[in-house]
Design a protein around this ligand. Structure first.
Ligand code: ZN
Length: 321
């Protein structure tokens, strides 16, 4: 009998990552298509179906190879019917993703949130190494998260479980967040937050810093430039990272006290800074976590990069269909 394949799809605002994945979670073929956002994103499911058909044709395979599609979408997912309540950057509102995608592909479909499937991917084949209790936090333009308890993603009562980025870190006088609140972790620990804190430091203080020249010349600065400056011993950059890891360490410690996880996996673009971020974060975390919780957990950086989502999607097909 021919080996069956799983289809993982990671739906983003600009590209859709897709892959055929083996039952063991190995990526066999992966590719990307552009996200077709015309007319409030109504063509997206059809373009995914076409992407699958084209790839099968290219590989001289038929659909009988495929078990089903696991897709991660931005925004909270309605667990009952696999619809997306709202995905602002796709133009979706009460969009019945599961229903339409099943019709377009003639395959069974399972839908979850994009941050959740990335967490599942890291649990299955990445830094989680099979840990059944795990916190996954993605530090990118925003801060995403996924909580895994007893091997299952925590969805909560209406799909908003694991929204780590919106834990309030600065209760008074915090910066406005996309969610409508102020002072969320996302306003501090994302790439955007790091840039904001750095620009604040540069504008209010006269400290010597290699970042001052970069900023004065181009009027912009990137999180990567700040994190690179830390490894060059820049005091101002170091101060920014101290503030970021203080808030992140506090939020993760409080979450960990509730879950008692085995692993905390740090992913996203900001995590590429490696020990520059991880070492001070570990210190802050240890100072805030309940001692027995701190003993049981390991903080690690994610290992799957951009592939975490498609692998997590494949896991959903394997486990849920
Ligand atoms: Zn928020």
């Amino acid at each position: 009998m021919e080996e069956k394949w799983l289809v993982g799809v990671d739906l983003g605002g600009t590209t859709i990552k897709m892959a055929f994945i083996s039952m063991d979670g190995d990526i066999l073929y992966s590719w990307e298509i552009d996200t077709d956002k015309r007319e409030s994103g109504k063509y997206i499911p059809a373009s995914i179906a076409r992407g699958i058909d084209r790839k099968l044709q290219e590989l001289d395979q038929t659909k009988s190879r495929l078990i089903g599609v696991g897709i991660g979408a931005p925004g909270p997912v309605n667990e009952k019917d696999g619809s997306i309540e709202v995905a602002i950057n796709l133009g979706w509102k009460n969009f019945p993703l599961k229903e339409i995608l099943q019709r377009e592909t003639s395959l069974p479909v399972v839908v979850d949130n994009d941050a959740n499937i990335a967490a599942i991917g890291e649990m299955w084949k990445g830094a989680g190494q099979g840990a059944k209790n795990m916190i996954c936090v993605t530090l990118g333009t925003g801060v995403g998260g996924g909580l895994i308890a007893n091997g299952e993603i925590v969805h909560g009562v209406n799909g908003a479980g694991g929204e780590i980025g919106h834990i309030v870190s600065v209760p008074k006088g915090g910066a406005p967040c996309n969610c409508g609140k102020k002072g969320c972790l996302e306003t501090v620990a994302s790439a955007t937050g790091i840039v904001r804190l750095t620009v604040e430091e540069l504008s209010t203080k006269e400290d010597q810093s290699s970042l001052r020249e970069i900023y004065e010349n181009s009027q912009t600065i990137t999180a990567k430039q700040v994190l690179d400056a830390v490894s060059e011993g820049d005091a101002l950059a170091k101060k920014v990272v101290e503030e970021v890891t203080y808030h992140l360490g506090l939020a993760l410690a409080n979450l960990a006290n509730g879950l008692n996880p085995e692993k905390i996996v740090i992913g996203g673009g900001v995590s590429k800074a490696g020990d520059t971020l991880l070492e001070p974060l570990k210190e802050q975390f240890a100072s805030f976590a309940f001692p027995r919780v701190a003993q049981g957990v390991e903080l690690v950086t994610a290992t799957l990069g951009n592939h975490a989502g498609v692998i997590g999607g494949a896991w959903l097909v394997k486990e849920k269909l």
